[in-house]
Design a protein around this ligand. Sequence first.
Ligand code: ZN
Ligand code: ZN
Ligand code: ZN
Length: 348
Amino acid sequence: MAALGVDALCVSVGPDLPYLTGYEAMPLERLTMLVVPRDDEAALVVPRLEAPRVVELPEVFRLEPWDETDDPIARVAARLGRAGTVAIGDQTWARFVLALQAVTPDVTYRSATEVTGPLRAVKDADELARLRAAAHAVDEIARDLRELSFAGRTERAVHREIVERILDAGHERVNFAIVASGPNGASPHHEPGERVIETGDVVLCDFGGTMQGYCSDITRMFVVGEPSPQVRDAYDALTVAQQRGVEAATVGTTCEAVDAVTRSVLAEAGLDDLFIHRTGHGIGMDAHEDPYVVAGNSTPLAPGHAFSIEPGVYLPGAFGLRLEDIVVTTDDGPVRLNDAPRDLAVVA
Ligand code: ZN
Ligand code: ZN
Ligand code: ZN
C-alpha cells in the first residue's frame, strides 16, 4: 500500500475478503467491509446478525458489528479518517461505493486489485496444494467422460451429469459446466441447451468449481464417432499450440509472450483468425484473476503464478475446439496441474 500510495484498503464481497481474513461475506444489501488503514488496525464492519459466522483473528483484524439501525457507511467513513487515496474492492456493490463517495468527497478511489491482485496471483505452498487437489478432482471427471455415451443425450443432460460429478468429487461449488456440441462449440461460453448430441458431433466440455476455496478449470474435447480430417488437423495444431504455450511459461517470460507463442503456432496452421480469445487467465480463489495471459500484459511470470493455457479454434456454423490445463510457473519450469488425457476422445 505504501509503495502504491494507498492510504486505506476497503474490501467487501468477492475473494479479496476471504483471502485476507478467512471470512466470505454473503452478497447482501447489508454492508460487510474490511477497512485496512495503511498505518492502523484493520476492522471488519459487519452486520451484527452475520458476526457469529466470522472467526475473529485479533492479530489480523478487529470485529466491528453494526446494528440494523446503524449507518454502516458512516462507520466505514469514520475508520477511513484522513485517508486521501482509498483502494476499493472490484466486486463491491455500486450502491455502497456511491454512498461512500457521497460522504468522502475528498477521497480518490482506486481499484483494490492494484494492491491485492499481485499478492493473490503468487500462490504459496498451501494454495498450490489446494489448486492441485481441485485440478485432480476434475481430471478424474474428464477421464470418466471418455467412457460416457454422448449420442442421443441433450447438452443439458451431460451438463447436469458433470455438475453432479463436480460436487461428488468434493467441490463445495460448481462455477460452470459448458457442454457445447457441433456448431454450438463455435461460441466459447455456450450455455448448454436442449440440442441433442448426434453422431459426428465434436463436443467441447469446459468445467470447474471451487474446492477448499480454490478453483478448478479444465477443457477436454470429445467426438462422437470418427472426426473429420478438418477437425483432426485443427485439433493437432491446437494440441501443439497448447503444449508450446505451457513450455513457454517459464520464470521471467511475459504473459504477452506466452500468448504470442500459442497464437503463432495456430497462425502456421492458418487458424489464428479462428482463435478469438486470450490464451489464459490466472486462477485461485477466483476462477479468473491475475495474471491474464493476453497481448498487452507485460507482467513477467514469477514462481507461484497459476493460470490456464487454453487456446481454441472456433469455426462458426461448424465446431469449436479448446484445450485447457492449469499451469504453475516454478523455478524448475512450468508444471501442469491437470493430467487427464489430452487427445480428442472418440466416444459413443
Ligand atoms: Zn472461459
Ligand atoms: Zn479457463
Ligand atoms: Zn475453462
